[in-house]
Ligand binder design. Structure first.
Ligand SMILES: Cc1cc2nc3c(=O)[nH]c(=O)nc-3n(C[C@H](O)[C@H](O)[C@H](O)COP(=O)(O)OP(=O)(O)OC[C@H]3O[C@@H](n4cnc5c(N)ncnc54)[C@H](O)[C@@H]3O)c2cc1C
Length: 457
């Protein structure tokens, strides 16, 4: 049996920096990976999808060439080159993670599937490893819901999508949330016919209604079909095509396409970890239960990243690493509850979000002020001919602190950080109005936007 100071299972967004932190402190650490280094974000998530988003954006702009004053004769999308570019981005990141870990002194890299044997031992490739501290960073995978026909019809998920080197003729995307919408716009811009099938009454049901509506309008304007209220989704083969049954409130009861992508949620990779042998508790969906500092119910075992259900983003997983490392190494008692919800939806234009939703603000019962400002009045957006969307901010009427913001428009994923950082500083929104901003930017409009706050209803 080999002994280490720490064992880390999984090389997602939290495991590698934590391994480097232990190793840098002179501790021995083993990090175990069963598949590709870097996990979901690097191989089947953020990196490849944002690379595809960039290709789709370039193609979209090229099609609008006349607006900008140029013409391209015979424009053709080369999906294989698009894929090669995406593959190169993932490979570069994955290799970077692997080389970093292998080149770190005190860090032992092991490839294989890890399972707990007890609360302080893990088995990998028939070898038993022991440590007093074990960190689980095993991530999540695409859920496969038990819908009629699911076992009869081939379907794609975010992982198998990575192998596509052709243009689906008619892509049916089941799931109108973040992952589904990004793929929908990407493939529509590549040239596929695209239909989004969503069970709920609106897209991205977690967002404010006006955000959902604006997203819908923008996607429909690009020719994407959207079928909402698809309460009973089923799959069936139809000659060489796939039929997706909807039982919608409006429109035909099924849609027939060439390929189906399922983007209907994520399932934590916790069922094959031997958690019962370690005594680690999970909730009914398989997420590992952790406290505010990410410790499981078993002393000496922590869970970080998507598998703990406390976040579903690269930045939440990385922040989990920071919380654990600061607690262990810096006596800085950081907690998950200190962080402010923030994320982006990478359709074009992007949606940058932070803080509460309108419904959550209302629920607190506090007096608030709010503003919604169209991107069409932002000169930077006008200069770029990208005037879709709006900026929304809500602040506490008493403290003047920012409660929430949605920047749905060009640069929204970046500009949102101006507001987010002020929220972390617990400063009033008025500090933004005292700052001199750079012209011409979207951010320079924030003082103007904030000068138009009115009572929130
Ligand atoms: C299509 C898509 C797009 C996304 N886009 C974004 C985005 O733009 N921005 C964003 O913030 N987030 C995005 N995400 C989410 C983001 O990818 C994840 O939140 C992020 O990767 C965090 O993952 P993690 O650290 O929990 O673990 P993961 O990255 O999932 O890594 C877990 C690792 O553990 C390994 N593993 C699992 N079980 C074992 C075992 N028993 N033994 C050994 N190894 C094991 C796995 O092979 C994997 O490598 C996206 C996700 C998807 C699917």
């Amino acid at each position: 049996m080999r002994h280490f100071d720490a064992i880390i299972i999984g090389t997602g967004q939290a495991g590698p920096p934590l391994a480097a932190r232990f190793a840098g402190a002179g501790k021995t650490v083993a990090i175990i990976e069963r598949h590709k280094f870097g996990g979901t974000c690097v191989n089947t998530g953020c990196v490849p999808t944002k690379t595809l988003v960039a290709s789709a954006y370039a193609i979209h702009l090229a099609r609008r060439g006349a607006e900008f004053g140029f013409a391209i004769d015979d424009m053709r999308v080369d999906i294989q080159r698009v894929k090669a570019r995406k593959d190169a981005a993932s490979a570069r990141s994955s290799k970077g993670v692997e080389e970093w870990l292998r080149g770190t002194a005190n860090c032992t890299v092991i490839q294989g599937h890890a399972r707990f044997q007890s609360s302080n031992t893990v088995v990998v490739n028939d070898e038993v490893l022991q440590a007093d501290k074990i960190f689980i960073n095993v991530g999540a995978r695409a859920s496969v819901p038990e819908m009629p026909g699911i076992h009869d019809v081939p379907f794609l998920n975010n992982s198998s999508m990575m192998n596509i080197d052709f243009l689906p003729e008619h892509f049916i995307i089941v799931g109108g949330s973040y992952i589904g919408l990004e793929f929908a716009q990407i493939y529509r811009r590549f040239g596929s016919e695209v239909t989004i099938v969503e069970m709920g009454p609106r897209l991205i049901g977690r967002e404010d209604e006006d955000v959902s509506q604006a997203v819908r309008e923008i996607l429909e304007a690009e020719g994407i079909h959207i079928r909402l209220n698809a309460k009973c989704i089923s799959l069936a083969n139809r000659n060489d095509s796939v039929a997706v049954g909807l039982t919608c409130e409006e429109g035909p009861p099924e849609v027939v396409g060439s390929h189906v992508l399922l983007a209907v949620g994520r399932t934590p990779n916790t069922s094959d970890l031997g958690l019962d042998r370690a005594g680690v508790a999970t909730d009914h969906r398989g997420y590992i239960i952790v406290d505010d500092q990410l410790q499981t119910n078993m002393p000496g075992i922590w869970a970080l990243g998507d598998c703990n259900g406390r976040g579903a983003f690269t930045h939440t997983s990385y922040n989990d690493y920071e919380i654990v490392a600061d607690n262990l190494f810096n006596a800085d008692h950081r907690r998950v509850s200190d962080r402010i919800l923030a994320y982006a939806l990478y359709i074009d234009p992007p949606l940058g979000r932070c803080g509460m939703t309108d419904a959550e603000v209302r629920k607190t019962g506090r007096r608030a002020l709010a503003v919604k400002y169209p991107m069409s009045r932002v000169s930077r957006a006008y200069e770029k001919s990208e005037t879709q969307g709006f900026i929304k901010v809500c602040v506490d009427a008493e403290t003047k602190q920012i409660l929430s913001a949605a920047i749905f428009g060009v640069g929204g994923d970046e500009v949102i950080h101006v507001l987010l950082d002020v929220m972390y500083a617990k400063a009033p929104y008025t500090v933004i109005q005292r700052a001199m901003h750079i012209h011409p930017t979207v951010a320079e409009y924030l003082p103007t936007v904030l000068s138009k706050l009115e009572p929130f209803v």
